[in-house]
Design a protein around this ligand. Structure first.
Ligand SMILES: [Zn+2]
Length: 163
């Protein structure tokens, strides 16, 4: 938080006013701190509670049928998916789009927008684009393996012929 405040003064007050649950996983109201887990053994144990009493062959058959049903269901769900999002995310997006459509946005200038939502009125300032390049985006400096000069490679070297 201290580090964040050193780069963006006033961010602490803003984040506190939004509420911790919106940006901190520790305060997330959802299960598993809103992090997707893939603990298959937990799921299987709870699903196989009754089947564990069966003889081994019957238990394995129940397990096979259950997994087949799960995979069929998931595959079916994905096959009829229109977008790249899951049904849950699509629902959230749909709600947000409905929410946004009831807002009236008008341009003040290139960086300033006026948003009217119900009885509220906001002015939104869009920051100028400051893009931080990823590590991969930095240009690699090519160094010649023959003459050692920068800016060309061994194949395009003109200096080795001079020596
Ligand atoms: Zn060279």
């Amino acid at each position: 938080m201290r580090l964040l405040e050193s780069s963006a003064p006033g961010i602490r007050e803003e984040l506190e006013s939004i509420g911790f649950a919106k940006w901190s996983r520790a305060y997330s109201p959802r299960m598993q701190y809103n992090v997707m887990t893939t603990n298959i053994s937990k799921s299987l144990n709870s699903a196989m509670l009754k089947a564990r009493e069966l003889p081994i062959c019957s238990m394995l058959e129940v397990l096979r049928m259950m997994l087949q049903r799960w995979f069929f269901g998931r595959r079916n769900e994905v096959d009829y998916q229109v977008t790249d999002f899951t049904e849950t995310i699509e629902g959230i997006l749909r709600d947000q789009i409905e929410h946004i459509q009831s807002m009236k946005v008008s341009l003040v200038n290139n960086m300033k927008y006026q948003v009217i939502y119900g009885t509220f009125q906001y002015v939104i300032y869009l920051p100028t684009k400051i893009r931080i390049p990823t590590r991969m985006e930095f240009k690699r400096r090519i160094k010649c393996g023959r003459c050692g000069r920068v800016g060309h490679n061994r194949k395009k070297c003109k200096f080795s012929l001079l020596n």
